[in-house]
Design a binder for this molecule. Structure first.
Ligand SMILES: Nc1ncnc2c1ncn2[C@@H]1O[C@H](COP(=O)(O)OP(=O)(O)OP(=O)(O)O)[C@@H](O)[C@H]1O
Ligand SMILES: [Mg+2]
Length: 388
């Protein structure tokens, strides 16, 4: 019989089924889907439905809950009933928090974002509202989460990080409403909300665990991004942009690209992570910068911390650490990079050609050739200069 129904009829049947089962959250989600579905073909109907959605009487299906709820919304953090996992992690940092290392273009983008928030009234007077949502894209360990934290601190609001894995680990059929609970909480007061690793929702789709459930989550997120109040800033982060639903992608006001650091940023990162130990390792700075090329900030930080611990405990000397590190990095470099590294070592250290060859895998002949060239050129020039 269902086969014979036209689409409108089957939509109607679905709404009735959900309503009778008192699944009010599901009704809302379904209606939200209908709004989108009919937006083009029947805008009037879509608008009407949208209006119903916005005049919120939802939760009426749970009179008990209503009666039990205190008059004022409590600010306790929402927790999934079954797993007792806290769905939101809270960070309350002071504005003096150190700024992450950012490329110039990234810094400009973020400072615009901050300015918009600090001058909402000025924007409003011109009929404009600040950027409400942004998605951070980039490889692991380049500062997406860190920057969200710093942004919130700059704006002097708390950062809530929504753990999508926790949301999804909640019992089947509940994650949609768990997500909504968390988001409703975040909407109540000014904050930055970060949907971290938003691709987790998309990634799981291929597991076919529960397609319906995941679609429901995506629907909730889509709707929330659409309706996010300008009092809050909604951020999402991912290192798998290709997994993000295009419909979701399009809804973010701003896409912010985080990249693997370039040479000057690598150097700055090494200095920052060395802290007071820069005095000890400073003489290796060019070699370290070269060797860390292509690594993320968090990888750089991890290795530097390791060096510092070893030196602090006296288990290795700085020279030993650098040698061992350079050797391991050379293994993943192409030939030209290894030659450049060998030349750098020859110029900046007292290591023998034999050792350099051992560390970089570049033959002593090659090292000699490359290092011998330079002085002879200089000699020739100076000779010519003398003649001139
Ligand atoms: N831009 C940066 N400036 C300074 N430190 C950084 C920066 N990026 C990363 N780090 C260091 O690396 C750690 C991890 O960074 P973060 O958690 O922000 O990475 P992410 O981009 O969110 O990675 P993932 O995609 O794996 O979540 C930070 O806590 C910090 O110590
Ligand atoms: Mg992160």
């Amino acid at each position: 019989m269902l086969d014979e129904m036209n689409e409108a009829q089957s939509d109607l049947a679905q709404v009735i089924r959900l309503a009778l089962a008192e699944q009010s959250e599901d009704v809302r989600l379904f209606v939200a889907r209908l709004v989108r579905k009919y937006r083009n073909t029947d805008p009037e109907l879509a608008e009407q439905l949208d209006l119903y959605l916005r005049t919120k009487t939802h939760r009426a299906s749970a009179p008990m809950r209503k009666a039990m709820q205190p008059a004022l919304p409590t600010q306790t953090l929402p927790v999934d009933d079954e797993s007792r996992l806290s769905l939101l992690k809270v960070f309350k940092d002071t504005p003096d928090r150190e700024q992450p290392l950012l490329s110039i273009s990234l810094e400009e983008t973020l400072s615009q974002l901050i300015q918009e928030r600090r001058q909402t009234e000025r924007l409003a007077s011109m009929g404009l509202s600040p950027t409400r949502s942004a998605i951070f894209v980039g490889p692991p360990g380049v500062g997406k989460t860190l920057t969200a934290r710093w942004l919130a601190a700059q704006l002097e609001v708390p950062l809530y990080v929504l753990d999508l894995t926790a949301v999804m680990s909640s019992l089947l059929g509940r994650s949609g409403s768990n997500l909504r609970t968390a988001l409703d909480f975040a909407k109540r007061s000014p904050c930055v909300l970060l949907l971290d690793e938003i691709d987790a929702v998309a990634k799981r789709r291929s597991d076919e665990t529960d397609i319906g459930e995941l679609k429901r989550l995506v629907t909730v997120i889509l709707q929330e991004v659409d309706e996010w109040p300008a009092t809050g800033l909604l951020l999402a982060a991912t290192n798998h942009p290709e997994l993000i639903d295009p419909a979701l992608w399009r809804r973010f006001d701003l896409v912010v690209d985080f990249k693997i650091p370039e040479t000057p940023a690598v150097k700055a990162a090494i200095k920052r992570f060395l802290g007071p130990d820069f005095a000890l390792f400073g003489r290796w700075i060019d070699i370290l910068t070269f060797a860390f090329n292509g690594e993320s900030f968090s990888d750089i930080e991890r290795d530097i911390q390791r060096f510092r611990r070893a030196v602090a405990l006296g288990t290795a000397s700085d020279a030993d650490l650098i040698e061992e590190f350079v050797k391991s990095r050379a293994l993943v470099m192409d030939r030209q990079a290894r030659i450049d590294l060998a030349v750098l070592l020859a110029k900046q250290t007292r290591l023998s050609q034999h050792t350099i060859s051992d560390l970089t895998g570049v033959s002593r002949d090659t090292i000699r050739k490359y290092t011998a060239d330079q002085p002879s050129i200089t000699k020739k020039i100076s000779k010519r200069e003398l003649e001139a």
